[in-house]
Design a protein around this ligand. Structure first.
Ligand code: ATP
Ligand code: MG
Length: 290
């Protein structure tokens, strides 16, 4: 699918034809219509890859659902879509009816949409050319029929490049952006960049979660800050964003992903699961209530 630009003739596309203009307007209308029954939208981001965005997104979605919110999760990572695997619905087929994509439902009633559902072979990477990427992301966001949702969690691709930017620009009225970081300075620098980008889009409701902040030895119970002393709270205060706390590094997180389930779902009694539920309470308190 070609990118239509915004009619300024950049990217060497020249002026849009009337057909292209019509298609763009229709896509925007479908997006607005499909998002109109979604009460709250929360985007999960990070400057850096591999810090646990998808893990946090999947567990927050499960935690919201557990607390009685009708919840959906949009896996907007077109390169490495792994939300379906984390929720045990990979390999499912989505239904397409009248050009609308119907999300897959987990056994807990969570609605899931991911590019992974559109790839036949899990191991075949999709190669997108630049403009195709944002076109694909927009189409996929516009055409998913979520129905009525209380909360939609959006798992973003890593970084501050075109892809997360497209996702945030396309989403109407984001209620909160949750930044995920790990306690080392490199990723904090990236988060700073990320906060800057989000603020540039006029989104002021930003929160910080510090993942893999510490490790509790299962044998002796001693706490170790593997990636260094966590400075997340101080850092969040400096940036004027809401600090939502730290999450431990625990082998059960990785283990449950391989078991096609989130830790919130399969190990409800774990400290980390309780922390996810507390983060949901804070998100509601700080961003979703009037
Ligand atoms: N708190 C944690 N404890 C243990 N393992 C974790 C934790 N958080 C994430 N992981 C593991 O780290 C790996 C990366 O996590 P995840 O895929 O959620 O990161 P990501 O930021 O979404 O990555 P990407 O940038 O590739 O999208 C996964 O194997 C995941 O299971
Ligand atoms: Mg991810």
């Amino acid at each position: 699918m070609a990118e239509h630009g915004h009619g300024h003739g950049h990217h060497g596309h020249g002026q849009m034809t009337p057909e292209q203009q019509k298609a763009m307007i229709e896509q925007e209308m479908r997006l607005v219509q499909h998002m109109s029954n979604v009460k709250y939208k929360i985007a999960v981001m990070s400057g850096k890859g591999g810090v646990g965005k998808s893990t946090v997104a999947a567990n927050l979605a499960e935690a919201f659902q557990k607390k009685g919110f009708v919840t959906g999760i949009l896996d907007a990572d077109i390169h490495g879509p792994n939300i379906p695997k984390m929720l045990g619905v990979d390999g499912e087929d989505i239904m397409i009816s009248n050009g609308e994509m119907i999300p897959v439902m987990t056994k807990n009633g969570l609605k899931v949409m991911s590019m992974a559902f559109m790839i036949d072979e899990v191991n075949t990477p999709i190669i997108w050319r630049g403009p195709q990427k944002s076109g694909a992301i927009k189409q996929f966001m516009a055409d998913t029929a979520w129905g009525n949702l209380d909360v939609l969690i959006i798992d973003n691709p890593p970084g501050t490049g075109d892809e997360p930017l497209t996702v945030l620009q396309t989403l109407p009225n984001v209620d909160a952006v949750v930044m995920v970081t790990t306690p080392n300075s490199l990723s904090q620098e990236d988060v700073l960049k990320c906060v800057g980008m989000v603020k540039m889009l006029n989104i002021e409701d930003i929160a910080l979660v510090e993942n893999m902040a510490y490790y509790i030895c299962p044998h002796c119970g001693e706490r170790t800050n593997i990636f260094g002393e966590s400075a997340g709270e101080e850092f969040a205060n400096e940036m004027g964003i809401q600090y939502l706390g730290e999450l431990p590094l625990t082998e059960k997180v990785g283990e449950s992903a391989n078991k096609d389930s989130t830790i919130v779902n399969s190990y409800a009694e774990e400290e980390v699961s309780k922390k996810f539920l507390n983060i949901v309470d804070d998100l509601v308190k700080y961003f979703l209530e009037e």
